[in-house]
Design a protein around this ligand. Structure first.
Ligand SMILES: *Cc1c(COP(=O)(O)O)cnc(C)c1O
Length: 400
């Protein structure tokens, strides 16, 4: 007997739940790629994306996932044998570092483990030690989706300015954009990368790179940039095909147009506030359950938690059991633990993650929590019952 049939819910940290409106907007035949209507739609996308990123700088779109956006950012600014500094507090920091190695850069990693965010003091020390100022860029993941740590990006700008170091500040906002507060210009970010399938609520397949005037200057000094990754024609195309260096991903563009309309109608401050409220409800439930048994949030300090994704520990093997139960018995897919294992638990079987990015609201989050509590009970995993009630009381209080 299963109670899983009905609308399923993929609560993993990307791809996120796509709004029906977005999927319906995509469900149409390809237009003539030379039509005025398509060109007019396209002209609206970059300005609206920049509003979401909170920048007056430049933006370029790619047919790519987040890894492609990583590569695009580097391809325009970093040459083989250039140095980059990568403070890491999760698997995605290491992923971007690996991408930099792939293009021949020398990579200095600052390792913060999986429970503490990027430490601006450690970055300051590394910049001061770089007496010749050869570090070309600092690559910082805003929200590392594996650990669910959120780092203070503005603090890194402050440190670069204080030390007087010319390195570009690059931020990975694949998980955080449209969920956690992010202010590209106000925080002094030179390059920001993101993808379509998380806070932007569009299926995977588009990558975005935003860049400041100073990053554009650095690009202009590059000895060589591959034609396909070059952000110059994409951000200021003279011909329509240059937006994508070839045929545009037209259905994605229709979906993106709809998603940007939805974000615009809600307004970014309201979008951020919604994610913060829902994330707080999740943490409240987890803290409650954890009063008995092994469940705990990966990030102890609420100030360092993302409002887009939550990583949790439940004890070896139990994360996998719970995920299995929720999916097969209740139609909810939880995210796997990623890159948080240790010698005792090399596959991260005791961990899981909840994606709460993009198109999520109270009934989805309360449903998610209700299913988790039901699964904990069904599997007889020790916990303090009443987490859902605690979350509901939390939301009720906030709503006045
Ligand atoms: C998802 C994610 C990526 C990678 O995106 P892909 O589309 O899977 O290539 C990179 N960085 C962060 C922080 C992410 O959450």
């Amino acid at each position: 007997m299963t109670i899983a049939n009905g609308r399923s819910y993929i609560a993993i940290p990307g791809p996120s739940v796509m709004p029906d409106e977005v999927l319906q907007a995509m469900h149409r035949p390809a237009p003539d790629i030379y039509s005025k209507a398509l060109h007019d739609t396209m002209a609206t996308l970059l300005p609206d994306l920049k509003d979401v990123a909170r920048t007056d700088g430049h933006a370029a779109m790619y047919i790519a996932n987040g890894h492609g956006a990583w590569e695009a950012a580097l391809a325009n600014t970093v040459s083989p044998s250039d140095r980059v500094l990568v403070p890491c507090c999760g698997a995605f920091g290491h992923g971007w570092a690996e991408m930099a190695r792939g293009i021949g850069a020398e990579v200095d990693i600052i390792e913060h483990g999986r429970q503490t965010p990027i430490d601006a003091d450690a970055v300051r020390a590394a910049l001061l030690a770089d007496r010749g100022q050869t570090i070309k860029a600092v690559l910082a993941v805003h929200v590392d989706t594996s650990s669910s740590l959120r780092s203070d990006i503005a603090a890194l700008r402050a440190v670069l300015d204080e030390v007087g170091h010319p390195a570009l500040l690059m931020a990975d906002c694949v998980a955080s954009l449209g969920c956690d507060v992010f202010e590209m210009d106000a925080w002094g970010v030179d390059v920001m990368v993101t993808g379509s399938q998380k806070g932007l609520m569009v299926p995977p397949g588009m990558g975005f790179v935003f860049f400041s005037p100073r990053a554009a200057e650095v690009r202009a000094t590059m000895p060589r940039v591959s034609r396909y990754w070059d952000w110059v024609p994409r951000s200021a195309p003279e011909a329509f095909y240059q937006y994508f260096g070839g045929t545009a991903p037209v259905q994605h563009l229709y979906g993106l147009r709809k998603a940007l309309d939805m974000l615009k109608a809600e307004g970014m401050p309201a979008v951020w506030a919604r994610h913060a409220r829902l994330a707080n409800a999740i943490w409240t439930a987890v803290d409650h359950w954890g009063q008995a048994g092994a469940m705990r949030l990966n990030v102890a300090d609420p100030a360092h938690r993302s409002c887009a994704v939550t990583a949790l520990a439940l004890g070896k093997g139990q994360g996998d059991r719970l995920r299995q139960w929720c999916e097969t018995q209740a139609g909810v897919t939880l995210g796997i633990g990623l890159g948080v294992g240790d010698p005792e638990d090399p596959t991260s079987s005791g961990y899981f993650r909840l994606g709460h990015m993009g198109h999520v609201n109270a009934h989805m989050v309360l449903g998610l929590l209700g299913v988790i509590e039901t699964g904990l009970g069904a599997l007889e995993i020790p916990h303090e019952s009443g987490g859902v009630t605690a979350a509901a009381q939390h939301l009720a209080k906030l709503n006045g």
